[in-house]
Ligand binder design. Structure first.
Ligand code: GLU
Length: 297
């Protein structure tokens, strides 16, 4: 099958080291397979979206030589597709309205009986809509993390598809768009490993294909002596030193230091050198300690 991969950033701030590694990992897999690499902008959560950051993420990818092969898909333009998927699930009897308060959810995990919410309806307020999750164990063989399984009802429960504030859930939007873009392999960070069974179950309920999944270890900052710090958030990325950033990201992915006169040359070397299995059984990838700002590159 023709390979189609993707990188799906959320425009909640500037691209940081961890997301550059995820972008690069997915780009390298697509290039090695002779396939296409797409970008989807996960901009459907207005309270979290930072104005200007979608454009800045795309610019940053561009200066690192990571240019999508097709037009960027913006989730904010996909309301009709999410609504159609939701109505399909509703027609199958898979969804229910939930009026639980924060307290109901934190104390009892929600007042749901027999696949219904029994909290009193709150007049004048919209409910959240949840997917009814039966007793089901979802299994998948991750390209890097190996066999995974999750008892969806016990470990997750009936999860939200449409929030009370009118926002579509990441899971619904993600599976609808992965299918729409014809994605054959999803490469992303391990922080989403335990979201994957929810997405596979949704694909099954929607009659959508399940792509392969490959979850990269988390990227943590290396301290002196190679120890990893717990800090994951502020891996610095200087927008004006793309070659330096690329080399740090490639080192995090287990590649030897690359040289070249521009990003394109570094990326070309990386396509042949990249072996994703180098990271098998690793808990984390190290963002190299030496992030001292080099001369402008
Ligand atoms: N937008 C999500 C994030 O940045 C990633 C979605 C995905 O790769 O499925 O965490």
């Amino acid at each position: 099958m023709y390979y189609r991969g993707r990188f799906a950033p959320s425009p909640t701030g500037a691209l940081h080291g961890g997301s550059l590694v995820a972008a690069l990992g997915s780009w390298l897999r697509a290039r090695q397979a002779g396939g296409r690499w797409l970008v989807r902008m996960d901009d459907i959560d207005p309270p979290r979206v930072v104005p200007g950051s979608a454009a800045s993420i795309l610019d940053t990818l561009h200066v690192h030589g990571l240019v999508p092969d097709e037009a960027v898909l913006y989730q904010s333009a996909r309301e009709t597709a999410y609504r159609a998927a939701f109505e399909h699930l509703r027609a199958q009897g898979d969804v229910f309205a939930c009026w639980c308060s924060r307290n109901d959810l934190s104390v009892h995990g929600g007042v749901h009986r027999d696949g219904q919410c029994v909290a009193p309806a709150k007049h004048g307020r919209r409910p959240a809509w949840r997917l009814r999750v039966p007793q089901v164990t979802v299994r998948f063989d991750d390209g890097l993390q190996g066999m995974q399984e999750q008892d969806l009802q016990a470990e997750v429960g009936d999860f939200v598809l449409l929030r009370a504030d009118g926002c579509w859930s990441y899971h619904l939007a993600c599976v609808v768009d992965d299918a729409f873009q014809g994605i054959t392999e999803v490469v992303r960070g391990c922080d989403l490993l335990d979201s994957t069974p929810r997405q596979i179950y949704l694909q099954q309920r929607l009659g959508l294909p399940t792509p392969r999944y490959l979850h990269l270890p988390l990227v943590l900052r290396a301290e002196g002596g190679g120890k990893l710090s717990k800090s994951t958030r502020d891996l610095p990325l200087q927008a004006d030193t793309p070659m330096h950033n690329l080399r740090l990201a490639l080192q995090a992915l287990g590649l030897p230091d690359a040289h070249g006169c521009d990003c394109g040359a570094i990326l070309t070397q990386a396509i042949t050198g990249f072996d994703v299995l180098v990271m098998r059984h690793r808990q984390a990838m190290a963002w190299p300690a030496d992030t001292s700002r080099p001369g402008r590159m």
